[in-house]
Design a protein around this ligand. Structure first.
Ligand SMILES: *Cc1c(COP(=O)(O)O)cnc(C)c1O
Ligand code: SF4
Length: 342
């Protein structure tokens, strides 16, 4: 079965019923479900399926709330050259390609990703690399997109080599959904292409539900871990997908078991047409508290908010310390309060 890319494909597979509002949803964000993802969907309970909810378009996407933004994290204002976002002094995002193996209905770059805008041209990529070369303060380059692992092994190798040749670039971080949603792409050639000679390479995988870590995805992660890459997990907190303590706990444990260290739990961004995915920060904090009492420290992500308007990410997890007039009060992982002098 090829990747499902049209409303007709989804109808034929019995994943949607015809609805003119879905045409509008498709215009705002392309559709793509890889065979691996389509196989994870529980068709007996489509309405509540956490995998279908992430990838199958919904009529809810046509509801745009006034607070929702076209550029929710303000990337546009921080882009000195095409393909680069430079918000923090020591690191840049480099977006070599705009296509993804799947299109997530909550995507925070939904105005930017999709077929049609494909990849940077050779000249654009060269200008982006020149920017990195000219800025000695750039310690880390974060390849994102789109999904950088949609570049073939040959182009990926050339890009990693070009970055590795810049002496001040100490770390290359690759953000990808490929190992989870299209694990067959993680071939020996791809793994070899990722190996830099000098810089440290970290791979962050995007995974939102424990069911996504099916045997093929776990095998792809094992190939990457065996090749020596440290793996990080990124999860978006999503209503109806993972906004309950049991699901989040199972996900974080499954990631750690697959040698992926949970890095960030992202509060959902104010993306147009994604109100049905949004959770309150209070709810996110309560979930983080539930994890703190129950799970290994290895399984604890940092709960972060990308402050709308391009102000960057900050942790918004629960506070365990309160400043009382006489002493600090510390809450422990079981909800009991203690005085701490100072
Ligand atoms: C998220 C992001 C980063 C990476 O932030 P970390 O906290 O280092 O993971 C870097 N640049 C931009 C513009 C970002 O949005
Ligand atoms: S893989 Fe990432 S960039 Fe691509 S659609 Fe999903 S969230 Fe957006």
């Amino acid at each position: 079965m090829p990747t499902l890319r049209t409303l007709e494909d989804l109808e034929r597979e019995g994943l949607i019923a015809p609805d003119p509002r879905l045409v509008e949803a498709e215009q705002a964000l392309a559709i793509a479900l890889t065979p691996d993802v389509a196989a994870l969907i529980d068709r007996r309970d489509l309405a509540n399926d956490p995998i279908a909810r992430q990838f199958v378009p919904s009529a809810c996407e046509t509801k745009i709330a006034p607070e929702e933004l076209a550029d929710p994290i303000g990337d546009e204002a921080r882009s000195p050259v095409k393909g680069i976002v430079h918000r923090y002094p020591d690191r840049v995002l480099l977006k070599p390609i705009h296509v993804c193996p799947v299109y997530c209905r909550f995507c925070f770059r939904r105005e930017k990703v999709g077929p049609g805008s494909e990849a940077l041209s050779a000249a654009e990529l060269e200008s982006a690399l020149a920017y990195i070369r000219d800025h000695a303060e750039i310690w880390e380059v974060i390849l994102t997109g789109g999904d950088p692992l949609m570049l073939g092994p040959r182009r990926l190798r050339a890009l990693i080599e070009a970055l590795d040749a810049i002496p001040h670039v100490a770390v290359i971080r690759v953000h990808s959904r490929v190992p989870i949603v299209d694990p067959g792409r993680v071939s020996d050639d791809l793994v070899a292409a990722l190996k830099p000679g000098r810089a440290g390479l970290w791979l962050a995988v995007h995974c939102n539900h424990p069911r996504e870590l099916a045997p093929p995805a776990r095998a792809a992660l094992a190939r990457l871990a065996d090749a020596g890459f440290p793996l990080l997990g990124q999860t978006v907190l999503l209503a109806g997908v993972n906004d309950d303590a049991d699901t989040l706990a199972a996900l974080m444990r499954a990631l750690v078991t697959a040698r992926v260290k949970p890095y960030y739990l992202h509060h959902p961004d104010l993306v147009r047409g994604t109100g049905h995915f949004r959770v309150s920060i209070e709810r996110g904090q309560a979930l983080m508290k539930a994890l703190r009492g129950r799970l290994s420290g290895l399984a604890q992500p940092t709960y972060v908010l990308d402050v709308p308007g391009g102000h960057g990410k900050v942790p918004v997890g629960p506070a365990y310390v309160r400043d009382d007039p006489d002493a600090l009060r510390v809450e422990d992982a079981f909800g009991k309060h203690h005085r701490y002098p100072g």
